[in-house]
Design a protein around this ligand. Structure first.
Ligand SMILES: CC(C)(COP(=O)(O)OP(=O)(O)OC[C@H]1O[C@@H](n2cnc3c(N)ncnc32)[C@H](O)[C@@H]1OP(=O)(O)O)[C@@H](O)C(=O)NCCC(=O)NCCS
Length: 161
């Protein structure tokens, strides 16, 4: 049974899951282009993050770009069979614990910011439901080939700071 999230465990990211992460990215063409595939491979090797595993296969993952100021969510994705079942939020919750442990209580994310493309409108909803606030929409963002970029931010209230 693939439905439901029983049996899903979240573990630190590991290159051994690179193949299933690439398959996951390839299965979400509404969100990720072909170019994304080569960059996710190098990012898996370089970035900290978490993987949601089901039967030892990655069904979700998040990778973090650790900056001086903050932690940027470089990648997050969940297998479409599991969308809307709380896995993305569980991954973010792990990220928050990690951010607090690293004493970096500011999370940021850049994502497609146009108001004309339903898949990414849902993605922005996901961040807002998880407490991110819209910081700015940059209308012509060069790294996104001149398309709009939304920057969202979450300031964490870490227990021990
Ligand atoms: C965005 C994403 C990581 C969220 O993970 P998830 O496990 O589906 O999200 P959760 O179940 O924790 O949260 C559900 C909420 O997220 C939002 N959401 C965003 N995309 C959704 C989707 N495809 N299906 C269902 N809910 C979605 C909804 O607002 C939903 O709230 P609701 O149930 O009250 O309607 C996941 O849907 C995904 O992989 N999307 C495609 C890739 C992507 O957008 N990556 C981010 C690039 S910046």
């Amino acid at each position: 049974m693939l439905e439901g999230t029983r049996g899903i465990t979240i573990k630190p990211a590991n290159v051994r899951y690179a193949d299933s992460i690439v398959s996951l990215i390839k299965s979400l063409p509404e969100w990720f282009t072909e170019d994304a595939i080569s960059s996710v491979i190098s990012d898996i090797e370089a970035m900290p993050g978490y993987i949601a595993l089901f039967n030892d296969k990655a069904v979700g993952f998040v990778l973090l770009d650790e900056r001086e100021c903050c932690l940027e969510i470089a990648w997050i994705a969940v297998d479409r069979k599991f969308h809307g079942k709380g896995i993305g939020s569980r991954l973010l919750s792990q990220v928050e614990d990690y951010a607090c442990m690293r004493e970096k209580p500011i999370l940021t994310v850049k994502t497609y910011g146009g108001d004309d493309y339903e898949p990414y409108l849902k993605t922005i909803e996901f961040y807002k439901k998880n407490g991110f606030k819209m910081y700015e929409v940059i209308e012509e963002y060069k790294p996104f080939n001149g398309q709009p970029a939304a920057i969202l931010v979450k300031h964490l209230k870490c227990a021990t700071r």
